[in-house]
Design a protein around this ligand. Structure first.
Ligand SMILES: [Zn+2]
Length: 93
């Protein structure tokens, strides 16, 4: 089915619009009009990739925030433990 998916890219040699199978993306293709070779790239798909990177960056930030909260929770529980020790120390004194 992927063979039937195409996108359009202008030939950098002759300027004509070409229909290129998406499975050829990133590969070297040849213009059917002038025979010029060029690399198949789809700006739209590259934009999607950039958006995906932005989303993954947001997810990383969220993970960092969660890790920060988790470490804060650990610090708080450690403080509780210390305060309990202090109470015990006061009882001894
Ligand atoms: Zn061409």
């Amino acid at each position: 089915m992927s063979d039937s998916v195409y996108y359009h890219q202008g030939c950098p040699v002759c300027g004509r619009m070409l229909r290129i199978g998406v499975r050829l993306l990133g590969q070297r293709v040849y213009c059917q009009h002038c025979g010029g070779g060029f690399r198949a790239t789809d700006e739209t798909l590259e934009d999607d990739e950039g958006a995906f990177r932005a989303v993954s960056q947001i997810q990383e930030d969220r993970i960092e925030m969660l890790l920060e909260r988790a470490s804060e929770g650990i610090v708080n529980s450690t403080k509780d433990g210390q305060s309990q020790e202090e109470d015990v120390a006061q009882e001894i004194v």
